[in-house]
Design a protein around this ligand. Structure first.
Ligand SMILES: Nc1ncnc2c1ncn2[C@@H]1O[C@H](COP(=O)(O)OP(=O)(O)OP(=O)(O)O)[C@@H](O)[C@H]1O
Ligand SMILES: [Mg+2]
Length: 831
């Protein structure tokens, strides 16, 4: 959506449709149109200003800096001024402005760098003496000098150290960076697998500074390329990006003639530029093709981009056998933070990387990230409970600083008669979950296993899918030049509410990832009402708003950004203290990459996943091949299992997912390490009943009572390979279980077996601790007709009421009853 439309009059209907798409509520939009008319810009300003919610915001927030989502009550008298100011504020620099300033900064940097002393070079040897202040020439000569003189490894080391100090201000390269550079130096292809934020970019940026040749970097997003160019410009390195978002048509020609040390290019463009790249390879030469975020190559990865697969043309074309002027094949360096073992193999195969490709593998473990999973219905009714701690974290520190000791209660929406709190949260939650689960299964059961219709929890058009390559212009790098350091709030208003900037560092910013655009607005509004400086961010919002969010986030003027995945790659902000996922991510790769945006400064950071443990994630892309469906289900399956685990350290599961062994100890920080596993349970009896039922072909569906528990048992048996999925496309939950050879062995040996001790998973623990029937299930409904069952249930309810708690029913009672009922059902069926 372009801002260009903002100034013109458009029909109210169109404005309503657009804003609904952004995630705003219909009522809110209507109210805004009523107040300011149907001009899109005015309506947007009204709703983004939070005026549309009609509630008085906390007094502390008056004139708050977080205008992107603040809640000021509109004052009709100053509407005109407000809109005029807003329009002024929303007017952002164009990308051409950015570029102009880039060029400027390059040249200034060049002049500055050229006059700086260079520790490795004797003054008389300094090639820059002859080149004045032209940065490109200076760098070329400098790098010619550097590499030409690097006869030994130790020479190279020294040169690298010098370049690191000079351009990046770091004293040394990290081990994995050294390995990657060594392989480049040996003209070998290389696959670099290193954690988020570990410094992969330097692996391909340094070669550009060590030779007179150019480095070509393939990157999936224009915004990412743009950010990197801005950062490099700051370090005095000339770089450009090519592709649909490049507004200056001359840049491509300049790049192909070798005027930039580093050329960022999207895969689509690199394929178009094959011939010019060959010329570039001849003169001045291409030092390296770097393929960043290379997991996009793989259909098994989380961000599959078909054009990435076609990058095999690089290996096919830029080899000494084909291009006679080449002494060696031009090395490929592929880099990612999230590639499982199958993805790695797929990358090497798809890109046709050479057989002696060096794999640089570092630990994916991020020791300062503390992972936690919390059960939640992840809807508005759970906000109060789920975000109490977060709200307290920010507000308490402000109160502590003596800003009126405002109790959370006073500024909490509940005190204003909000309906955020559910009267019976867990109960309705579980029932909802089961209703949906049942309806899914009812819909799919009996239909063909392949290609059966799938039900999405959320309409897909409410989601932000993976950002397109040309999401140009909403970048983070542009805001690196905050006038204050990261740990300072940037606006005067912010400073009004924070007596000490250091306390903002203590709190640090939070990113909350939600699945839908609507939730970004809903949750950001909620958080603003509690007094937090929060803003919504999703791909349908105007670019001007998104830029503003980036800017305020980078300068610590915002405490919380509530975003879809659109707030993504390229965020290299060091002090993010919390990443909250409010709803299941689409894969563990995506989860780890998003979580990896926390704690880049090495200090402790929290990564919390709130999800409904009683409802398997079901969201799948609408348009997909059978193979993609399988992959998508597998990814959701892995996410669900991660969340359900009660006995394995979270960090261990995550790094193991990427093929890394973690050793016997856990991280000692995650919820599982802290809480320890639950008691083991002997599942033998249930397992025998269950598998016998499967064997008798009499049990095509799970029992409808304590269904969640039986699903958990199926997971356990599947984990032991006693049962397996018979469906061609396995889903998140096992659908068509069948007993395996190992299962048959277990059944035949059961008298000799001691027991089947396993941990209950988190969903099983939930239903064990709070057993309740599934009111919508047909079995449950039929159960009421049975006087014995009715008596039992009523007795259970009374007992619950007497003790004043729903979960007062004894675990073993609920458990045994369910098991007995299942056995009865099965024996009836057999008869
Ligand atoms: N040798 C080093 N010493 C200290 N800091 C470094 C070093 N190398 C890189 N860094 C810093 O690490 C941070 C992250 O670097 P970079 O953006 O390259 O990470 P990344 O591995 O590409 O992460 P992501 O997977 O999220 O893209 C940067 O701020 C960078 O300056
Ligand atoms: Mg990177």
């Amino acid at each position: 959506m372009e801002d260009g439309a903002a100034g013109g009059d458009v029909s109210a209907d169109r404005v309503i449709a657009e804003l609904l798409d952004m995630g705003f509520e219909f009522d809110e939009i209507s109210r805004a149109i009523g107040a300011v008319g149907p001009r899109r810009a005015d309506v947007l300003e009204f709703v983004l200003g939070g005026s549309g919610n009609g509630k008085t915001k906390p007094s502390r927030e008056s004139g708050s800096c977080h205008s992107v989502s603040s809640n000021a009550e509109p004052r009709p008298s100053d509407d005109g001024n407000k809109l005029a100011n807003a329009r002024k504020r929303l007017k952002q620099s164009s990308i051409t402005d950015h570029l102009a300033s880039n060029t400027g900064s390059e040249r200034v940097s060049c002049g500055q760098k050229a006059s700086m002393s260079y520790p490795c070079l004797a003054a008389s040897d300094d090639p820059r003496a002859a080149v004045g202040t032209d940065m490109c020439s200076a760098l070329k000569l400098e790098s010619q000098f550097l590499l030409a003189n690097s006869r030994s490894e130790s020479d190279l080391r020294d040169k690298i150290t010098a370049v690191m100090r000079k351009h990046f201000g770091f004293s040394s390269v990290k081990g994995f960076q050294k390995e990657a550079l060594d392989s480049w130096f040996a003209h070998k292809d290389c696959l670099v697998l290193a954690a988020t934020g570990s410094g992969k970019s330097l692996c391909f940026q340094i070669p550009a500074l060590l030779t007179a040749k150019v480095v070509v970097v393939i990157s999936p997003l224009i915004s990412l390329m743009h950010d990197q160019c801005l950062k490099l410009a700051k370090h005095g390195i000339s770089a450009c990006f090519l592709g649909s978002g490049q507004p200056d048509s001359r840049v491509e020609g300049k790049a192909m003639s070798g005027m930039y040390k580093i050329i960022y290019v999207c895969p689509e463009t690199v394929l178009r530029l094959m011939e010019p790249l060959k010329k570039l390879a001849e003169n001045p030469g291409i030092a390296l093709f770097a393929i960043d975020e290379v997991h996009c190559v793989s259909k098994w990865g989380h961000d599959f981009r078909p054009d990435y697969r076609r990058l095999s043309v690089l290996r096919e074309n830029f080899i000494a056998n084909k291009l006679k002027f080449l002494e060696h094949d031009i090395p490929l360096m592929a880099l990612t933070a999230t590639a499982t073992i199958p993805v790695r193999a797929d990358i090497i195969k798809s890109l046709k990387m050479s057989e002696d490709t060096v794999v640089v593998l570092t630990s994916f473990f991020r020791p300062n990230l503390r992972f936690t999973v919390k059960h939640s219905r992840t809807s508005a009714s759970a906000y109060k409970k789920d975000f109490r701690e977060l709200v307290g974290t920010y507000n308490d520190s402000r109160n502590f600083r003596g800003k009126g000791q405002k109790a959370l209660r006073e500024i909490n929406p509940d005190s204003e008669g909000s309906s955020y709190e559910s009267p019976d949260d867990t109960m309705s939650d579980d029932e909802d979950a089961n209703v949906i689960l049942m309806s899914h299964e009812d819909n799919s059961f009996g239909k063909t296993k392949v290609g059966m219709p799938l039900i999405n929890e959320i309409a897909e058009n409410e989601l932000d899918v993976y950002p397109g390559v040309d999401d140009f212009d909403v970048t983070c790098g542009g805001f690196l030049e905050c006038s204050r350091p990261e740990n300072f709030a940037s606006s005067a208003q912010c400073n009004k509410t924070s007596s000490s900037s250091s306390e903002i560092v203590d709190q640090g910013p939070t990113i909350i990832y939600v699945p839908t655009r609507k939730q970004t607005v809903e949750l950001a509004n909620y958080l603003c009402k509690t007094g937090l400086k929060a803003a919504a961010y999703n791909a349908k919002m105007p670019k001007s708003h998104l830029r503003q969010v980036h800017q305020q986030f980078h300068c610590n003027a915002l405490e919380v950004v509530v975003a879809t995945i659109a707030f993504g790659m390229g965020i290299d902000k060091s002090n993010v203290r919390r990443i909250i996922h409010y709803g299941f991510p689409q894969s563990l790769e995506a989860y780890y990459q998003e979580a990896g945006r926390a704690g880049r400064d090495g200090k402790l950071a929290d990564c919390t996943l709130y999800c409904n443990l009683l409802r398997a994630p079901t969201l799948l892309p609408n348009k997909r091949s059978e193979e993609q469906t399988k992959v998508a289900y597998k990814m959701l399956h892995d996410c669900f299992h991660y969340a359900l685990s009660t006995s394995i350290c979270r960090a261990k599961i995550l790094v193991k997912y990427f093929g890394e062994e973690f050793g016997p100890d856990g991280c000692r920080m995650c919820d599982v390490c802290i809480n320890g596993p639950p008691q083991m349970h002997d599942f033998k009896e249930e397992a025998v009943v269950f598998m016998n039922a499967l064997q008798a072909q009499n049990f095509p569906r799970f029992a409808t009572t304590d269904k969640v528990w039986w699903e958990g048992l199926a997971r356990i048996l599947e984990g032991r390979a006693y049962i397996q999925e018979a469906a061609e496309i396995p889903r998140v939950l096992i659908q068509y279980p069948e007993v395996t050879e190992a299962g048959l062995n277990f059944l035949s040996m059961q008298s000799e077996e001691e027991g089947l001790y396993e941990y209950l998973d988190a969903a099983m623990l939930l239903v064990m601790n709070d057993p309740k029937p599934i009111s919508t299930s047909s079995e449950w409904g039929r159960g009421w007709a049975d006087p014995a069952i009715r008596r039992q249930r009523l007795a259970g309810k009374k007992m619950g009421r007497r003790k004043g708690k729903r979960h007062s029913r004894s675990h073993s009672t609920g458990f045994t009853t369910a098991r007995q009922r299942l056995a009865e059902i099965l024996s009836k069926r057999r008869r």
